[in-house]
Design a protein around this ligand. Structure first.
Ligand code: C2E
Ligand code: MG
Ligand code: MG
Length: 758
């Protein structure tokens, strides 16, 4: 024993009997006292155990954490007296191992529960200890508290897990629940809660609160936000964080004291969950059973959590919107073409029961295009919305209205209204209702409609046939001078509604090589490099000048000339791509649009193969653009056709993605390598947060399916910035370059795009 009350195997023990010796001894004692002071200053645990694993030295930090006033009290004790058995046993084994092997253990992570119940993670090193004569006397150890690091590891892992749940479309409630539990794990004894703001922007709904009293959660569900509605109601109302240290004295909680008592809570810190655009989506709150204020690290944690919750909520809403959009027309909210089969089936079931007929009414607004052209799309859109409302109002419960696209609608009339006389009266009423003047921004519009009617079961029994016949009847109504309706007449339908003159001109134009291609560059958003070009057909019409595809492709499709035209386009595109290769230009993919009629035509894949062979183009340089509706028409056949060409190396892209009707899961089955986000989404994304959410969701969906995502119709820097931020892969649009003649493209290929007009 020395004056510090300890035995120490490393104390020098020579005997000293002269003045010189006394001085030396003093110096040594002093040095020991200093060492003791230093060791006690260290916040890590330091200890020495003898060969029986009894403490023979420990520092103050260790003694205090183990519940002793002084380090002396530890001397002679073993871990068995200090820790639960499994922990003590592990320590014992480690010490024995170190002594047996004479090898230290370095930075081993250990979990301990201290006598006061505190849980702690330690990183411990243990070394064999020998006396000056080389005899083994025990183990020396040092342990560092790594609890905070472990906690932050768990936080990071937990956050990653929640983000993963979000991206893998787990139910929102599960992701939020996981998030709240994660925070509760970080803040000992605290209770977390997430409330979601209803669509009405007024009521808060239960989101997640795994540890709060369920009765309390039930009572809070549906509460209206306001300037004095506890912490969360007020935080959502103000759009800013509300920290209540003591519920019992805070005026914000005055009206909710019984509730707080029920839940046994005394403090509540709440923060609004904000969307990217700053809209309140809900609140995240931390409750405590004692009155208490948050520290800076707690505030940071709450803020981070609210941000992750925002991602989860926004992401879920965007997905729901995409699902809705897949089946509805976003402008009018009406069901779209994808719903036609289902709606018709329902109407037929209803009519069979009543043994009535079903009327399929194809309705097209007259001269709608001129409204769009003269007054702009916004006016056109409003007009469509108003017309849709009038159709719905007149139809009432006796049917449904669908929007096929543009100014085309289909009404399915069933029940009593589908009877011959009632139907006639309905159509007259509807025509009059549509023709009522419409006031848009101080301007009065008069618009009329033409309608064609096909009757189930007389004119067909499936949706496609009925629609084709109703469409033919509608053309009849147009030719009869518009603002009228016509019932399908099989005899008259032999007359083609197509523009016969134009069709003839296309035929001549094909023979005279009046069609040519422009090419629009597609760039890699990460490198700015040109990766490919899209071939876009133009027609040099002898009288009318250069025409865009919208002016002639639909007529060519309808008149059976699209295959000839498509073949010519593909030949020109492949030849051009091959030329560029031979000129030694860097490789660029050639994307060619394919029309539905071409794709479904028998022998089309062979035709493509033949052209590839004849032009000598490497098939992997060719990409064919299809639309969703083409794929969904006959899924199996589409897959077979695509696989046949894929085997050669040809790739496929889905054009105008987002406007069609494909179920997102069905996309998986097609051998597609690229999604082209339709221009409409790119435009919306730069305009508002919901458009942004949709575009982001499409991009991440594409990535999840391992597809490249290219954005079409990029016109502004803002859109480009958004796309880069959203991790979109590629872009195409006027901002980068308009469709250009081949010679201009040659200057483009190989250069890196970095600014407009570069
Ligand atoms: P698409 O395949 O979606 O082609 C993109 C269209 O968007 C092109 O119109 C292009 O000029 C236009 N565009 C590109 N960037 C921008 C932009 O920043 N802003 C705006 N407002 N528009 C942009 P284009 O050449 O008039 O072609 C229209 C559609 O005609 C094409 O849409 C495609 O579906 C079809 N088409 C074009 N060439 C062919 C062809 O050879 N065969 C077939 N079957 N269809 C074709
Ligand atoms: Mg295209
Ligand atoms: Mg497109």
């Amino acid at each position: 024993m020395d004056e510090l009350g300890q035995t120490s195997p490393v104390t020098p023990t020579e005997s000293v009997d002269n003045a010189e010796g006394a001085k030396l001894l003093n110096a040594l004692r002093e040095e020991k006292a200093w060492l003791r002071i230093m060791v006690d200053q260290v916040s890590d645990y330091m200890f020495v155990k003898d060969t029986q694993c009894r403490f023979i030295m420990a520092n103050r930090a260790m003694a205090q954490d183990l519940g002793y006033d002084s380090a002396e009290d530890l001397i002679g004790r073993t871990d068995l007296e200090l820790y639960a058995f499994p922990i003590a046993l592990a320590f014992y084994r480690d010490a024995k191992q170190v002594m047996r092997t004479d090898q230290p253990i370095i930075d081993k992570e250990e979990f301990v529960v201290l006598p006061n119940g505190t849980r702690r993670w330690l990183a411990s090193s243990k070394f064999p200890l020998r006396s000056s004569t080389g005899e083994l006397v025990g183990v020396f150890g040092i342990s560092r508290d790594i609890t905070e690091r472990k906690k932050s590891d768990r936080l990071r892992d937990g956050q990653a897990q929640v983000l993963e749940m979000i991206s893998s479309s787990a139910p929102l409630s599960e992701a939020l629940d996981c998030l709240v539990r994660l925070i509760e794990d970080q803040l000992d004894g605290m209770l977390g809660s997430i409330l979601l703001l209803d669509e009405d922007g007024v009521h808060l709904r239960h989101g997640a609160a795994p540890s709060l009293d369920p009765e309390y959660c039930k009572l809070v569900d549906g509460v209206a936000i306001g300037p004095k509605v506890g912490s969360c109601g007020t935080a959502a109302f103000r759009g800013e964080q509300v920290i209540v240290y003591d519920i019992q004295t805070d005026p914000l909680w005055q009206d909710f004291l019984p509730l707080a008592e029920l839940a046994g809570v005394r403090a509540c810190w709440s923060i609004p969950i904000l969307s990217l655009a700053g809209r309140v989506l809900g609140t995240f709150a931390i409750y405590s059973r004692q009155p208490v204020a948050p520290g800076p690290s707690e505030l940071r944690l709450i803020n981070d959590t609210a941000r992750i919750a925002a991602i989860a909520i926004e992401r879920k809403r965007a997905e729901e919107q995409i699902r809705f959009l897949a089946h509805h027309d976003p402008l009018t909210g009406l069901p779209n073409r994808s719903q036609l089969d289902d709606c018709l089936r329902q109407a037929i079931r209803r009519s069979d029961a009543l043994s009535h007929q079903v009327a399929v009414v194809f309705l097209d607004l007259d001269h709608f295009k001129s409204v769009n052209d003269s007054f702009g799309h916004a006016a056109g859109d409003q007009l469509l919305v108003i017309a849709a409302e009038r159709m719905k109002a007149n139809l009432g419960k006796d049917g449904v209205v669908l929007r096929l696209g543009g100014d085309e609608f289909v009404l399915l009339v069933s029940g009593d209204m589908a009877r011959q006389d009632a139907l006639q009266a309905f159509l007259v009423r509807l025509r009059a209702a549509i023709a009522e003047p419409v006031e848009i921004e101080g301007q009065t519009f008069h618009i009329t409609c033409s309608m064609g009617i096909a009757l189930y079961p007389n004119n067909g029994t499936d949706a496609d046939t009925l629609l084709v016949h109703a469409d033919a009847a509608m053309y009849g109504a147009k030719q009869a001078g518009r603002n009228t309706f016509e019932v399908y007449n099989p005899e008259r339908s032999a007359e083609s509604p197509t523009d016969l003159v134009l069709l003839e001109e296309i035929r001549i134009g094909l023979a005279r090589d009046e069609f040519s291609l422009l090419y629009q560059p597609q760039i890699d958003l990460r490198t700015g490099r040109v990766l490919g070009v899209e071939a876009l057909v133009r027609w040099q019409h002898p009288d009318r000048g250069l025409l865009s595809p919208d002016m002639f492709i639909p007529v060519a499709e309808e008149g059976g000339l699209i295959n000839a035209l498509g073949k010519q386009v593909l030949k020109m595109a492949c030849r051009q791509a091959r030329n560029w290769q031979q000129m030694g230009l860097p490789p660029v993919t050639m994307s060619v649009n394919v029309s539905a009629r071409q794709f479904t035509q028998r022998g089309w894949a062979d035709q493509v193969k033949g052209i590839l062979q004849k032009t000598g183009l490497d098939p992997s340089m060719l990409e064919l653009e299809l639309t969703e509706s083409m794929l969904m028409r006959n899924v199996e056949q589409a897959i077979a056709t695509m696989n046949e060409l894929c085997a050669l190396g040809v790739r496929f892209a889905i054009d105008d993605f987002g406007t069609g009707y494909s179920s997102l899961s069905a996309l998986r089955s097609f051998p597609v390598s690229r999604l082209k986000i339709d221009q409409a989404f790119v435009r919306d994304a730069a305009e508002d947060s919901s458009g942004r959410g949709i575009a982001e969701a499409i991009i991440s969906l594409g990535h999840k399916l391992h597809l490249n995502v290219i954005a079409e119709g990029v016109e502004t820097e803002e859109q480009l910035e958004f796309l880069r931020e959203s991790d979109c892969d590629e872009a195409q649009g006027f901002l980068i370059a308009k469709p250009l003649p081949a010679a201009d493209i040659e200057r483009w290929i190989g250069k890196i795009w970095d600014q407009p007009d570069a």
